[in-house]
Structure formats: C-alpha cells, structure tokens
Write a protein that binds this ligand. Structure first.
Ligand SMILES: Cc1cc2nc3c(=O)[nH]c(=O)nc-3n(C[C@H](O)[C@H](O)[C@H](O)COP(=O)(O)OP(=O)(O)OC[C@H]3O[C@@H](n4cnc5c(N)ncnc54)[C@H](O)[C@@H]3O)c2cc1C
Length: 383
C-alpha cells in the first residue's frame, strides 16, 4: 500500500450511467473521486438513448459476470432509487408466445428465471410469461441523480473534459484532457462507453475493441389519453432481446429497438427503413399501434465489445487503469452492481474503500421534459 496513491483522487472517465454509478458508489464509500466527461451533459451516450428498462435478469445466462452484476444491482438499486427520488414505473412485463415453439421458449425462460432467483409465472389462459419485477425508469434522471448525490457527498464532476492522454507517474496516473488540463490520480476507471477502447489504447492496451450496435425507437401517443400499463416483451433471439413495447413516465408508448452493427461511432441517425422494421413487429404484439404516426424517433448506440461482453478488469498494461467496457445491453440495470464490483477491486491498489454511507439526496440540475426528447434536442443543438 502507498500513502501517495491514497492522497490522490480516483478518476472515473465517462459520465454515462456506469460512470455516474461508479462516482456515486465511490463518493458514498469514502473514496475521493472525480468524474471526467467529454460532453457538456451527463448521460448523452447509450445511457440516454436506451429503453429505460430495469431488467430483472430473468433471461440472463446463469453464472456470467453480466448476470451476477444484474442480480447484485437488483439488491442495491431499489433503496437508492427511492432515496434519490428517481421516477420508476413498476409495471411488470409480459412475454406472450405467438407460436408453438414460443411456448417451449417460455418454459425454458421460466426455468432460467428460477435459476437466477427471479420471480416469474406462466399465465394459464394464454401461456404468457409474467415478470412482475421488470420496470421502466428515466435513464437520464437516474444518471444525473447518481452523479448529483455523489457531488453532494464530496465528489467532483468535470464536464467538457475529454480525456486525450494518460501517463504513468510513480504509483498513480496523470490524465490529460483535450483542452490541456492535467489531473494526477491514484487510479482511473475507464467507463467511456463507445470510446473505452480508445481510452485503453492511450496506455497501449489494445486487448478489446468496441463497435456501435445501433438501436432505433419510435414514440407514440395513444388516442383518447390511453396508456399502456406494462412492458410487452417479444420472445428473444440469441442476438437481441428484440422489439419491446413499453410505457414512458410521461404517458407515451415506445416501440423498439432495432439492432444494426455499425463502424461509425457518431452515427445517431434513425434509418428511414427502421420504422417499418419496428412497426411490423410492434403491431403484432400491441395492435393498438396499428395506423398510428410516431410523434418522435431516436437512436441509441450500444457500446458492444467485439467478441467480448462486460470487460471489467485491471489493464494488463497498467493495473491502475480499470477497464469497465463493452457494457452493451444491460448497463442501466446493472450499473450499481458494476460499481459495487469495481469498488471491491480498489483495495488491491492501496485505495481504502469504506462500507456504503447513507445516501445523500440529490439536487438535479436537469432540463425539463421527457428523457427521450432531451437527448435528441441536445444532440441537434450541438450538431
Ligand atoms: C438501443 C439501446 C437499448 C438499451 N436498452 C437498455 C435497457 O432497456 N436496459 C438496460 O439496462 N440497458 C439498456 N441498454 C444498455 C445501456 O444503455 C448501456 O449498457 C449503458 O448505457 C452503458 O453505459 P456507459 O456509461 O458504459 O456508456 P455511455 O452511456 O455511452 O457513457 C459513456 C460516456 O463516456 C463519455 N466519453 C467518451 N469518450 C470520452 C473521453 N475521451 N473522455 C471523457 N469522457 C468520454 C461519453 O461522452 C459518454 O457520456 C440499451 C442500449 C441501447 C443503445
């Protein structure tokens, strides 16, 4: 253990939901922490452009790290969401089989849920799988509340701070931002989403590669003030969870996402063909969408690992950089589990981590309006 390392803060690179959950956890466990975010706003990446669903892990593969962290987060998250006043629709989800083969899938999903300790049941009338614990949140509010609570507990957030260089200094790291500022830290956690591979390469670590997997969504308003009171899940495939239909906190209904592998990490456009792709599937599951015009659309880019998923480890090039990368599909759900897991890695670096202190309430400086609109507006404003 070194006294030098503990006198410097720990840096979190990237202010998506994963970075913000890390900052929250470190700040509330007595670790001096600073978050460096490239943009002028937190949660603009995948974290602000997803489905906002807090999954239970009923369908996750038992034994995988992703599953372990989804389940770990489920134990930590409810009390924190409540304490931070983050809005959640505790609606539950239904997965309705459409074919005979789907019935078999439902039975194997129910068995999988049991292995993960997640409550589900099969409705006798139509064989639907009911998952009461699935819920929908506002992912931007969640991200911002975590960071704001961390700041209230003593952490720092530096916006407009794009990390451009990392050097080794003794038993710490010197991080430089694109505008020339320099931060000396005891360790850094790389939670830069789509750019996590580029951050790792700054210290010569090319052990993983991140590519964008686009997901497009369409937002609807049901006639006569009607709403949807639960999440409708499709029967999943190996590749994606498929197109869901889910309610939003502001009474809209969203259908999506698609899954399109790309190379361009800045292509946040919605493809003209996406609408038909999404609607054809969504209407089968929720006929009330038939003939409706979407009131909005948006796209998110999943930070997908090439042949990897949930890369959470100290870099082989310099173990003071902890990569938290390729958090592709479940990062909103698992963020607080991931943060708890990473906090457990710090004592090996001589960084003292206490038990979790009571949560400091957050004062959120978020623009008003639904999250699915905020991110698109911000991106258009800076385009
Ligand atoms: C279409 C879609 C649907 C999804 N649905 C769900 C869902 O329903 N439930 C769920 O749990 N998960 C879902 N996910 C997954 C979830 O959104 C991601 O796993 C999660 O947002 C990843 O968070 P992150 O913080 O790692 O990345 P991001 O949110 O992308 O954050 C990374 C941050 O790093 C910053 N950054 C990048 N480079 C630098 C740099 N050089 N210096 C400083 N900062 C930098 C970026 O600006 C960004 O703010 C979905 C994702 C998508 C795209």
């Amino acid at each position: 253990m070194s006294s030098l390392s503990s006198s410097r803060p720990v840096a979190v690179i990237g202010g998506g939901v994963v970075g913000s959950a890390l900052l929250y956890t470190l700040a509330h466990r007595g670790v001096d922490a600073i978050l460096l975010e490239a943009e002028g706003f937190l949660g603009l990446g995948a974290s602000g452009t997803n489905s906002g669903v807090l999954h239970t892990g009923f369908d996750s593969t038992p034994g995988q790290l992703e599953t372990e962290l989804i389940l770990r987060a489920a134990r930590i998250r409810p009390a924190i969401l409540d304490a931070l006043d983050v809005p959640v629709i505790r609606s539950g989800a239904e997965l309705v089989p459409q074919t005979v083969e789907d019935n078999e899938t439902v039975r194997s999903l129910a068995a999988n849920a049991e292995k993960n300790g997640v409550e589900v049941c099969i409705r006798p009338s139509d064989g639907a799988l009911l998952i009461p614990g699935e819920s929908v949140s506002d992912p931007v509010a969640f991200t911002q509340a975590l960071a704001a609570s961390a700041v209230a507990a003593g952490a720092k957030v530096e916006l407009n701070s794009r990390v451009s260089a990392i050097a080794t200094i003794g038993d710490g790291l010197a991080i430089q931002t694109a505008d020339g500022r320099r931060f000396e830290v005891s360790a850094a956690v790389n939670a830069a989403g789509l750019y996590a591979d580029e951050i790792a390469r700054l210290i010569g670590d090319d052990s993983f590669e991140i590519y964008p997997r686009k997901g497009e969504f369409f937002v609807f308003e049901l006639p006569d003030g009607k709403t949807l009171d639960h999440i409708i899940l499709p029967v999943p495939t190996k590749r994606t969870k498929g197109v869901l239909v889910f309610p939003t906190l502001d009474g809209k209904v969203i259908a999506g996402p698609t899954a399109v592998d790309l190379d361009d990490k800045e292509d946040w456009s919605v493809r003209p063909s996406a609408r038909e792709e999404v609607l054809a599937k969504a209407v089968r599951q929720f006929p009330a969408l038939e003939g409706l015009e979407p009131v909005a659309s948006y796209a998110g880019l999943r930070p997908a690992g090439r042949d990897s998923n949930y890369v959470i480890e100290r870099s082989a090039q310099n173990d003071r950089l902890i990569n938290v990368a390729a958090i592709r599909s479940t990062g909103l759900t698992a963020s607080l589990g991931i943060a708890d897991y990473v906090a457990g890695m710090l004592p090996e670096l001589g960084i003292r981590v206490n038990g979790l202190r009571p949560t400091t309430p957050a004062v959120i400086d978020a623009p008003l309006g639904p999250w699915w609109q905020r991110t698109a507006k911000y991106r258009n404003a800076i385009a």
